[in-house]
Design a protein. Sequence first.
Length: 70
Amino acid sequence: MSAKTREILQSARKPKEKTAAYALAAIARHNSKVRKEFEPKMKGMVGTEKNNGVKKVCGKELDNINDGKH
C-alpha cells in the first residue's frame, strides 16, 4: 500500500471523518487500480467504525462497486 493511500485511510478516522470518507469513496469510484486496494479497507471500516456517517458513506460506495455502478 502506498504512503498516500495509507495517509488517506488514516485520515478517515480523524475529526473530519465524514469528509475523508467521501474522499475515499470518490477515489475508489474513479480509480480502478486504487479501488481494488481500498475495497477491503472500506469493508473493514464499515465493520469497525463508530461514526455512522462514515459507515453509511463507505457502505454505500461498496454497494455501488458491487452492483457494478463504478
